[in-house]
Structure formats: structure tokens, C-alpha cells
Write a protein that binds this ligand. Structure first.
Ligand code: TXA
Ligand code: MG
Length: 332
């Protein structure tokens, strides 16, 4: 059962997070579903608890800008915004540093990471005690509204997470503004707690991401190209055999004969597979190119639990891209 912790029990919440458990906690915006961002299995458990059918990148929470900027590379704009709005409801998407401690699953395999320093005193106390980045999406089930009280968190996730730290109602009640600073122009990905005008007064004009009304097609293309890691080697899904010129992404006992193998989970554990997916795609892509392999063959992955999100991500990675040469004949 989910423990309901009082503010005096913040040390217990921190210990649970450090042990890899999921703990919801209050921020000034909404309650977050926290996990140790350096622990791939804990991050995978977040997607599982939310029932997310796909892997969205998660915001990482830090006790200070210095701690955040140890994992991502800030430019002058990011430093100015952090100095003005942190702690506060602003998340900055920045390039990951090579030494970034955060598991790739929290970035959904991207080269970027969203970071923020929340303003809630309990959140800051918790983050100082955990002393690691805490990945935290809003603490709701997928497709439902963000919770702003501990009661709402328990309605959403009671029985699915270790604990909720009860800090009363969230003062802002609306999620953070998400600003992408990973390219040359700043892009507003999600309006939120810090108004756009306030951001523009610090760094000048900000571009907008295509709105939802633009329709799936308009959002899909930039989403696929810019927001989702796609390996350069083509993927062949549901492989039941593998050729020597193929790399293999294995689930369960690996098929014999591949040119390179990354095992998602020898035992067929979907949480382990989710935690190892993006690192595996990157490794097979690099290793396959080094060894002159033609494709990445992917063994079938069950479509339940986290398997739904794993399959969604693989289908996106396998989808044809605009500049793709015609698909090679299927190797069988
Ligand atoms: O106020 C908030 O931001 C709350 C509290 C708990 O901090 N968190 C929150 O997280 O709303 P979530 O996961 O529900 O929303 C995160 C948003 C998503 O729209 C996601 O796509 C975007 O941030 N995001 C995160 N990392 C990203 C990245 N590397 N690139 C682009 N977008 C990213
Ligand atoms: Mg959310």
C-alpha cells in the first residue's frame, strides 16, 4: 500500500527514492511522480505506474542550478533564465553533457534533458536529501489531469507507488513552462507557470511549437525528426531469425547468428527491457556501423504492460524517414 508521509517524514521519502522506489511529492506547480533519475529501472517503473503507452521524456528536478548544470550544458540564455526564474515553474531543455548521470530512458533516448529547480520548500528539502536528480512527470495516470493534492495523487496512483509526501495543495496548480534551448532559437514547447512575456523580457523572442490543432501530421514530422531518437541503421521488427549482417536487439534468450547482440532482458522482464531500450539502440547503431552491419533485427516483445511503450517506441524508430533510401528486401 502507498504510505502517506507528513512533511516531518521527508527523510523517509528521500530514503525510499534512493532505494529505487517511486515517491510522489509536491512542487509549486503540481505533484510529481518521483524516481531516482540515475536508476533506469526506477525510471521505467514511472512509465509503468502512469500506464503510459509510450515514452515521453521526463523533467529532472534538482535542488540548485549548479546541480542541474552538472548534467546539461547551459548557454548564456539558460543561465540568465535560471538566475531569474529558479527556483520556479520553468523547465529548460538543454543538451546532455557527456558525463550526464541521468538514465537515457528519462530523456526518451534524446541528446537533450529537461531540467528544473522547483520552488516548493518540501520539494527542495527532499531533493537536497536525495542528492541525485529526481525524474518526475505529473503524478497522474496517463491521459488524466495533473494532481494538485495528495488525495488526488492517491486516487490516481494509490497502491502503485511506495509513498506520497503530503505538502497540501500546490500553489500554482498548473505545470511548468517548458522551453527548448537545445537549438539556436528558443522554442516554447508547453506554456505553463512562467508566462511567455516574462521569458521574452529576459532572452528576447521565443518561437512556438506547432499547436495540437495543427493536426497529427504537422506534429508527427517534427516529433519524429527532432524529438525522438531514431537509429541510422534500419530496424526489422518481430524477427524470428537473424542474419550475420544484422545486429540483434534481443528479448529473452537471443536468436543465434547475429553480427552483434544487445539483450534487452534475458529473463523477459519488461521493466528491465524498457530501462535498456534506448541505450541498446544507440549501442547497436554505433557497433553495427563499426562492423559494417546492414540492419537491426528486433525480436518480438509482448504488447502488455511496459511492452506497449517499448513497441510504440520501436515502431517509431522503424518508421520510414523522409530522406530514407527505399527499404531493403526483408532478410527473413
Ligand atoms: O510542473 C511540471 O513540470 C511537473 C512537475 C512535477 O515538475 N512535471 C510535469 O512533467 O509536468 P510531465 O512529464 O507531465 O511533462 C513534461 C513535459 C512533456 O510535455 C515532455 O514532452 C516535455 O516536458 N519534455 C521533457 N523532456 C523533454 C525533452 N528532452 N525534449 C522535449 N520535451 C521534453
Ligand atoms: Mg503530465
Amino acid at each position: 500500500m502507498t504510505e502517506r508521509l507528513r512533511p516531518e517524514e521527508t527523510a523517509r521519502a528521500a530514503a525510499l527514492l534512493r532505494a529505487g522506489a517511486l515517491v510522489a511529492f509536491p512542487t509549486e506547480t503540481v505533484y510529481g511522480l518521483g524516481a531516482d533519475a540515475c536508476n533506469g529501472r526506477a525510471v521505467a517503473a514511472v512509465f509503468e505506474a502512469k500506464g503510459r503507452p509510450h515514452f515521453n521524456p521526463l523533467i529532472c528536478h534538482y535542488a540548485s542550478a549548479d546541480a542541474a548544470f552538472a548534467d546539461v550544458r547551459p548557454d548564456a540564455r539558460a543561465r540568465a533564465l535560471a538566475a531569474t526564474f529558479w527556483p520556479g515553474p520553468l523547465s529548460l531543455v538543454l543538451p546532455r553533457r557527456a558525463e550526464c548521470r541521468v538514465d537515457l530512458l528519462a530523456s526518451a533516448g534524446l541528446d537533450t534533458l529537461a531540467v528544473r529547480v522547483p520552488a516548493h520548500p518540501l520539494a527542495l528539502d527532499l531533493l537536497r536529501r536525495v542528492d541525485r536528480p529526481v525524474a518526475a512527470p505529473s503524478a497522474n495516470r496517463s491521459g488524466r489531469v495533473s494532481p494538485t493534492t495528495a488525495e488526488a495523487v492517491l486516487e490516481e496512483l494509490g497502491g502503485r507507488i511506495a509513498a506520497v509526501l503530503d505538502g497540501g495543495p500546490c500553489p500554482v496548480g498548473l505545470e511548468s513552462t517548458v522551453l527548448d534551448l537545445s537549438g539556436n532559437g528558443a522554442v516554447l514547447l508547453r506554456p505553463g507557470g512562467v508566462p511567455l512575456e516574462a521569458i521574452e523580457s529576459v532572452i528576447g523572442p521565443v518561437g512556438r511549437a506547432p499547436p495540437p490543432e495543427a493536426g497529427a501530421a504537422a506534429r508527427r514530422a517534427p516529433g519524429l525528426l527532432a524529438s525522438h531518437y531514431a537509429p541510422s541503421l534500419p530496424l526489422r521488427l518481430n524477427a524470428t531469425s537473424v542474419a550475420p549482417d544484422e545486429a540483434l536487439l534481443a528479448f529473452g534468450p537471443p536468436l543465434p547468428g547475429a553480427g552483434a547482440v544487445w539483450s534487452l532482458s534475458d529473463s523477459g522482464d519488461l521493466r528491465e527491457a524498457a530501462a535498456r531500450l534506448f541505450a541498446g539502440l544507440r549501442w547497436l547503431d554505433a557497433e553495427g556501423a563499426r562492423r559494417g552491419l546492414k540492419r537491426i533485427a528486433v525480436m518480438p516483445i509482448p504488447a502488455h504492460g511496459l511492452g506497449l511503450a517499448v513497441n510504440d517506441r520501436l515502431a517509431r524508430a522503424a518508421a520510414p524517414r523522409p530522406d530514407d533510401p527505399p527499404a531493403p528486401p526483408d532478410g527473413g
